[in-house]
Design a protein around this ligand. Sequence first.
Ligand code: UD1
Ligand code: MG
Length: 452
Amino acid sequence: MNIVILAAGQGKRMHSNLPKVLHPIGGKALAAHVLETARQLQPSRLCLVVGHGGDVVRTALAAPDVSCALQEPQLGTGHAVMQALPALDGTGQTLVLYGDVPLIQAATLQRLLQAAGEGVGVLTVTLAEPTGYGRILRDAAGRVVCIVEEKDASPEERAVQETNTGIMVLPTARLSGWLQRLSNDNAQGEYYLTDLVALAVADGVPVHTAQPAAEWEVAGVNSKVQLAALERCHQQFLARQLLEQGVRLADPARIDIRGRLDCGRDVAIDVGCVFEGDVRLEEAVDIGPYCVLKNVTIKAGARIAAFSHLEGAVVGPDAIVGPYARLRPGTELGAEAHVGNFVELKNSILGQGSKANHLAYVGDATVGQRVNIGAGTITCNYDGANKYRTIIEDDAFIGSDSQLVAPVTVGRGATLGAGTTLTKDAPADSLTVSRAKQLSLAGWKRPEKIKK
Ligand code: UD1
Ligand code: MG
């Protein structure tokens, strides 16, 4: 089977420099959704028809299994399919999809293919408000006769509520002959793919129809209003899947998944969270409200409290992160580690049971187990030109407001006094402190305001 995806249209109503089919839903380009669904049907040929912004679209969606056909100028949907012909297998069926109808489901397409057999199949939907769509005209016996475009339809034809979704399957061997017979003698001066239905009927090729499971599957994107509406449909669908798997969502209407979210048993997610890229939440993980998680793994039993931002990190089992924590790429927290408010970690390992609970920057550091990092601690990892590592061994205690000027090592069991600026290694099991000795002047008087 061939699959042709039409994506040459301009999308004027998006008011954007980005070609329409590259606008995202769930963090992924509209046409990328269609490609992904198409691949589930294992076509022998997959061809994308591009036109407006063709080079940008081609580059953005390039893949070894996708060929691109350029349609320039755009003379209609029939003309678009004609451009794909050289890239197709000459036999079997050809399925036509739209690059701007992103949420079509493989199961629906399977049903359409089954209904069509070796004939023509049209995916139709009956709409309460069919304005703008091509109408499906049937004879007294209910057989499809043709599709008439809104602009070419009589008032009686416009009263028909069964519409063409645009998704169609046709026998490839007939395609070329039918496309050559198309004329553009119609209201829009275009070569309509939809006119192939009447040609099939004339040639005695049966035309069958199938319907999508939900209307949003066949909804197109022509404007930002429609893009936003379809984004909500998509998110609702994903939230529903999570609920059915047993994930507890505080509110399925307030979650955004822009990638893949994989959850173990008894995961709970509060409102307003955004998941990007590949996120894995293991068993009994708890995500507080308004967290952003991108490409992270959270191990079993860990808890991420409100307003935390995690990217490219691994959080160990039963660890506690946040509220207001930031884990940047390359961060690994051990089991039962604690990272509290206004703490930033980057490219660092925080060992099992270690804590950085308040106001700290830990960058390019390897921190052992059971270490306590006091409030206000900073690893000075950057000298303006190069980055260096800080090593803090097991059971060390870093007093508040310390600066660790890397490269530097704090030995096992060492203690740094508060306010230490560490420029040399701190030996194990000792107190290291770098600050002026405290002194008190007895009887010292504060200055008084001079009277004039
Ligand atoms: C088309 C159908 C109509 C159907 C409707 C569903 C035809 C003639 N009409 O109408 O029956 O109800 O879709 O949304 O097919 N495209 C190209 N090259 C072109 C023209 C279009 O690649 O020259 C692509 C567009 O980018 C879009 C799709 O084909 O993805 C549909 O084009 P559009 O102009 O939206 O067709 P409609 O007039 O809406
Ligand atoms: Mg349209």
